[in-house]
Design a protein around this ligand. Structure first.
Ligand SMILES: [Fe+2]
Length: 481
């Protein structure tokens, strides 16, 4: 024990120095073994088979360690050893060298819990419980929120609120980590909050170790391309493990961002991200009877690109799921003054309508908004373009104002939901009680409190509630097929 303590103190001092010398908030490893304790990810699982496969990840110092993982599946009495964990080395400036470990938990009975434990040299150092994805026949609850890890008290209260909802999984609509999606920022105010030891509104909650989380990348996550100045930026690509079944719009290809840095720094960045960069920006997956299309909506994305549109169409057309949802960061339809011109994703609206998408979830605008179900036809203006140089996209709207979510519950069009009140400073609360200033397509607008979206899906019925940090219900409606 004494040896361990000495090692811990020495390791901590090194890490505090490595991260503290750039003026970042000091990072404290979770314990003597883990920088970040285990957390559950989707890995490359897309559709749901007879049994499920998930990944267990953790972060640890850069050194050879005899790690092993055992799981007890729901329908087994025995603990079974998983294949040896693999790892990616993160050796970039701005964070002390460390490893991201991956263990694949396979053959999981759908919708059932599994116990897992992690060992170092035969000694158990962590025990947790996860849950496989639910099958198409099983009802489930999920939470959606965005614009979250801003190192605020609101972020911590929201994490505890999410935990209290007991979701089967949750989805983050981007701007996961402020302000540049750096490894040092994940370590100081992402993992300690969402993988906290206990649920406490002032601390966070033990979400990621037991509940599957999936995220879309926002501007604060992957728009910092100056790897020379911020070598640990774009950590999204090394800390998340999400499907690589989407198209890559590339980095450095025509019209896409270019990583700015010396060759050695770019090489270090690419080693840390492995195959995830830049592919993991667009992907899709299933949960229960829902299909999720997750898109990168950053300003460099061209929603008119035939390559992108072909992939989106193929993905949505091929899905046999009851419900189709789309998640991306920048909302095309919203009523705040903030980011009002970031409308370029409107260009994809006709594709969503054509392929039966019900709900689109966005963040970026730090509040809650929902639209009437709508159809939108983007218009080419005099300059021959749909997307104007200021980011706006004009067009024709058809609003389904008959939908009330109580007696009239079928959507005639797509409903667009902004749920970006997960922790960062709220936008335009003054419009809360000024519906005359909302765009005609906006049905609800709540910007005076942080909040999350809680959605219960049961067969052909979906109930969505927007819940404030204090537990108050801000909005509620039902959608049926
Ligand atoms: Fe944003």
């Amino acid at each position: 024990m004494k040896l361990l303590n000495t090692r811990w103190i020495a390791g901590t001092a090194l890490i505090l120095f490595a991260l503290g010398c750039k003026g970042d908030k000091p990072f404290k490893p979770a314990d003597a073994y883990f920088w970040v304790k285990p957390y559950i990810q989707l890995g490359n699982s897309t559709t749901i088979g007879e049994r499920d496969t998930l990944e267990i990840l953790w972060l640890a110092e850069e050194k050879n360690t005899d790690w092993s993982v055992e799981i007890k599946r729901y329908d087994s009495f025995d603990w079974q050893k998983l294949s040896a964990p693999t790892y990616q080395r993160v050796a970039v400036e701005g964070a002390a060298k460390h490893r991201v470990y991956h263990a694949v938990a396979n053959d999981l009975p759908l919708g059932k819990t599994f116990d897992y434990r992690v060992f170092v040299g035969g000694k158990e150092v962590f025990a947790g419980t996860g849950q496989a994805r639910k099958s198409a026949e099983m009802p489930f609850r999920m939470v959606v929120f965005g614009d979250c890890a801003a190192d605020t008290t609101d972020q911590r209260a929201i994490a505890a609120l999410v935990y209290r909802q007991k979701p089967d999984f949750y989805f983050i609509t981007g701007d996961i980590v402020y302000s540049r999606g750096r490894a040092s920022e994940y370590l100081s105010h992402y993992f300690p909050v969402y993988n906290a030891e206990k649920a406490d509104s002032k601390i966070g909650a033990p979400l990621t170790r037991s509940i599957l989380s999936v995220a879309a990348p926002g501007n604060h996550d992957i728009l910092t391309t100056d790897v020379e100045k911020y070598p640990d930026a774009q950590a999204y690509f090394y800390y998340w493990s999400q499907p690589l079944n989407g198209i890559s719009h590339g980095f450095g290809a025509k019209g896409t961002p270019v990583l700015k840095a010396r060759k050695s720094k770019i090489a270090a960045f690419r080693r840390a991200t492995g195959d995830n960069f830049p592919r993991m920006a667009n992907f899709s997956f299933d949960y229960g009877n829902t299909h999720w299309l997750v898109l990168d909506s950053n300003p460099y994305v061209d929603p008119s690109s035939p390559k992108l549109r072909d992939w989106i169409e193929r993905d949505l057309r091929n899905s046999k799921a009851e419900w189709k949802f789309v998640g991306y960061h920048h909302p095309g339809f919203q009523s705040s003054n903030a980011h009002q011109n970031d409308q370029w994703m409107r260009i994809l609206a006709p594709l969503f309508e054509k392929h039966g998408v019900s709900l689109v979830f966005n963040g970026h605008v730090h509040n809650y908004q929902r639209s009437h179900p709508l159809k939108f036809v983007p218009q080419v203006s005099d300059n021959g373009k749909m997307r104007q140089s200021n980011g706006t996209v004009g067009g024709k709207f058809s609003l389904d104002t008959a939908f009330d979510g109580k007696t009239q519950t079928k959507l005639n069009g797509v409903m667009y939901i902004v749920t970006g009140a997960g922790g960062a400073k709220l936008y335009n609360p003054e419009l809360n009680d000024a519906p005359d200033k909302w765009k005609p397509f906006t049905k609800s607008y709540v910007a005076d409190t942080h909040s999350i979206t809680v959605m219960d899906v049961d067969g052909k019925t979906l109930t969505l509630r927007q819940v404030a940090a204090n537990g108050k219900e801000l909005d509620r409606f039902t959608v049926t097929k």
